[in-house]
Design a protein around this ligand. Sequence first.
Ligand code: APR
Length: 316
Amino acid sequence: MKSSYMPKIACIGAGNVGATAAQYCLEMELGNVVLTDIVEGLPQGKALDMTEAGPIRNYGATCIGTNEYKDIEGADVVIVTAGLPRKPGMTRLDLLEKNGTIISGICEQIARYAPDSVVILVTNPLDVMVYLAYTKLGFSANRVVGMAGCLDSARMRSFVAMELNVSMKNVDTMVLGSHGDTMVPLPHYTTVSGIPITQLLSQARIDAIIARTRAGGGEIVSLLKTGSAYYAPAAGAARMAQAILRNERQLLPCAALLQGEYGLKNIYVGVPCVLGANGVEKILELDLSKEEQSALQRSAEEVQEGIDGLRQIGLL
Ligand code: APR
């Protein structure tokens, strides 16, 4: 990317997560934003509203809303949040079919109009949808990445900071595995200004924080009653976009394609990744305890079941 170049970010899906991600990208001055949705008027209205916030919030990038995929042409980063949440009465397979069909259609358009982009998937079930996107896009795996670990580890960081009454900025952590009940939070890689939390908290409190992190999405759903989390998921996606667009080489947990790392093959799950201009520049292999390694294996098995489900319904 040339230094004077204003990057282009396409946000596909102008719902809660997509529009909030667009807003963060504008506020962070990451580039010009194109907000896309199938609902007529929705992306246009939100984009105009965000444009009108610019003079007050002091950002200069443009934001346009559209129902036309051709407007994402040449995007450097594409953030995909389009999809449906699981509704009462819907089975896991129903959701796979609905969101899988949406993601497949969108990937065709991304491959056509933004063939050089790095694609950040957010739609759930995340690890399965990002695998589907990878197969449909035909991009190299480093340019197709899923947002989950950033969110899960941000939740855990918040809970540790609340527990110890310290700044969230001092807390670092790493959460591996799939974005769901089987995620693998790593307490011995969780520190407060370099001090492992195992020295600051009892095992019982650490276990409670891990349980709350695993159930973090559900906790928000039960409070909101009619929707799911969007500020933190959108913040995770924008954080990843920043690392890519500014070639920061940030070490972040992301869903990446594993080809032998952690003993897993041809599957997307959350692992520590160095994110830079080429997307996933590197996957780090941490030393895991036997329990953590088998928890990661279980997590991968759950993702594999989802991938098998996609095959069953003919989407793969
Ligand atoms: N192309 C573009 N947009 C689409 C398409 C499509 N083919 N199909 C659906 N959408 C749009 C919907 O019109 C809606 O505006 O996706 C948007 C989804 O927005 P919300 O329903 O508000 O959902 P949101 O809370 O943003 O979550 C989106 O992110 O975190 C995940 O689990 C969450 O999978 C969900 C996704």
